[in-house]
Design a protein around this ligand. Structure first.
Ligand code: TPP
Length: 359
């Protein structure tokens, strides 16, 4: 077991690929087929291309506020690649690569960030919950979902994603406490990108690692190099299998870095140095995986070109479809939260319709 070999209390971090793309933990290296390795790499490229496009759309006024994903591709794609179709995903707001890997159509993703509720109408066959904006509030839900799975004797696991800032919320602690007591099939993936907007990780907790917090709730936690896609895949796969077998939850701390601003409303230059960002730019997770693939004769310039052009086409098509969607009606704001409106909401809706006239 990987989790038994890396002690979060001692700050031991699990890694398969070194920063130079060399395999350092052979015994834990996953045996993936060339087809799967290529598919992982493509998903990383698609994530990067869709992310860059989103930023441009926002700057052109074609999309609302947006949370960039650059630097998180290995954490997102590696972990989601380990999920089975039967496993559920509880996302937060910075999960593009996980959405792509789990199969959410890009059109939905763009629609969501363009302000359409409809973007989060998840296709029936996909086991994905909606994007969660209130920090950490989806974690108790995901654990409740796990408790229900246990009661109903269902054999799936649940992955919940959240940032380092979420570990300072009560919801995080309540969720992990219940998960430990009821041995729920949860895998908690804490994306430690070292900042919660301008607040550095050192201001979230005095603990050495975030992974060690699991120990106080009676289950395993592990810190993983979040820029190493193979490590993320291997550790998530192990945690999912443990969860499905009824052996309880795991907390995975993915140690990574947010290379861009918190959102398009932020300017990270106000609280981070250029040197720090440059240091992490050189540790780009896509670059690391590319070296690994090139060493095995899988990566080539032609493959890179093919993937970038395929990804650009996919993104362009999804944007076109999203932009062709008629704008939402103002009264839709009332439609998606309650199946039956409360009396005061009924009144507000009536008032809104009066203001809008016959629209
Ligand atoms: C309960 C709550 N408080 C405050 C906010 C405003 N807010 C949005 S994102 C964020 C920081 C989140 O940081 P982290 O959890 O580390 O995730 P990251 O954005 O770094 O991926 C804050 C404070 C919010 N959305 N919800």
């Amino acid at each position: 077991m990987i989790v038994e070999k890396f002690n979060p209390l001692k700050g031991e971090m699990f890694q398969i690929l070194s920063e130079e793309g060399k395999v350092v933990s052979k015994e834990f290296a996953p045996k993936l087929k060339e087809k799967d390795l290529k598919s992982m790499y493509y998903n990383m490229i698609l994530t990067r291309v869709a992310d860059e496009k989103s930023l441009k759309l926002q700057r052109q006024g074609r999309m609302g506020t947006f949370a960039p994903n650059i630097g998180h591709e290995a954490t997102q794609v590696g972990s989601a690649f380990a999920m089975d179709e039967k496993d559920w995903m509880f996302p937060y707001f910075r999960d593009l690569g996980a959405f792509i890997t789990k199969g959410l159509p890009l059109k939905n993703y763009f629609l969501y960030w363009m302000g359409y509720e409809e973007g989060m109408r998840i296709p029936e066959n996909l086991r994905i919950f909606t994007v969660n904006i209130p920090v950490a509030s989806h974690l108790p839900h995901s654990v409740g979902f796990g408790m229900a799975a246990n009661i109903r004797k269902e054999k799936f696991a649940i992955v919940s994603y959240f940032g380092d800032g979420a570990t300072s919320e009560g919801d995080f602690h309540e969720a992990l406490n219940f998960a430990g007591i009821f041995k729920t099939p949860n895998v908690f993936i804490c994306v430690n990108n070292q900042y919660a907007i301008s607040v550095p990780r050192s201001r979230q907790t005095a603990s050495k690692t975030l992974a060690q917090k699991a120990l106080s709730y009676g289950f395993e936690g592990i810190q993983v190099d979040g820029n190493d896609i193979l490590a993320m895949y291997a550790v998530t796969r192990e945690a999912l299998s443990k969860a499905r077998k009824g052996n309880g939850p795991t907390l995975i701390e993915a140690y990574t870095y947010r290379l861009s601003d918190h959102t398009t409303s932020d300017d990270a230059r106000r609280y981070r140095s250029e040197e720090e960002v440059k240091y992490w730019m050189e540790r780009d997770p896509i670059k690391r995986f590319k070296i690994f693939l090139a060493d095995r004769g899988i990566w080539s310039e032609e493959l890179e070109e093919e993937f970038i052009s395929k990804a650009s086409e996919e993104v362009a098509k999804a944007v076109e479809e999203a932009e062709a969607t008629p704008p939402p009606k103002p009264d839709e704001v009332f439609v998606y939260t309650y199946s039956e409106l409360t009396p005061h909401l009924e009144e507000q809706l009536r008032e809104l319709r009066e203001i809008l006239g016959g629209e």
